[in-house]
Design a protein. Structure first.
Length: 151
């Protein structure tokens, strides 16, 4: 089965520590990430070994989950998919830039699991849906963080 890799990034006019907090504090992330319900085990701040479940609203409704496998505060978050639809690793990388930061979502050798998930990807729909959702998340993060700066 083929694996999928991607990188989607966006410049945000906000400090890296604010982006990291917005991405790793599930209560805060639930405030700005519209169209998604987030459930987690334990504390609302990400920690290594923590499982997180995302329920995507709209059509089609689906869920995905991952386990936090590594944290580099204000720089990187490493995840391993644990849902039956996907397996593989992903990461969020935050790079400090002049007047803000660049946030990048990485898929590192992710593969669909199960016949329906595989078919979804073979038809090209899975990767397009991933790209659309990732860019949507980055846009909402930008709107949230840059809105904080205006307040």
């Amino acid at each position: 089965m083929p694996t999928y890799q991607s990188v989607h990034k966006l410049f945000i006019a906000a400090p890296a520590d604010e982006a990291y907090e917005a991405l790793t504090n599930w209560e805060i992330r639930g405030q700005w990430r519209e169209g998604m319900e987030i459930q987690w085990e334990g504390a609302s701040k990400a920690f290594i070994g923590q499982s997180v479940l995302f329920k995507i609203k709209g059509f089609p409704i689906y869920t995905f989950s991952y386990k936090i496998t590594g944290l580099e505060p204000n720089h990187r978050v490493y995840m391993e998919y644990t849902e039956r639809l996907l397996k593989g690793r992903s990461a969020i990388e935050i790079k400090e830039k002049e007047k803000g930061c660049e946030v990048a979502f990485h898929w590192m050798k992710v593969e669909p699991v199960g016949i329906l998930s595989r078919l979804y990807f073979v038809l090209g729909l899975g990767f397009r849906a991933h790209e659309w959702r990732t860019l949507e998340t980055l846009g909402l993060l930008k709107k949230y963080l840059e809105g904080l700066a205006e307040d």
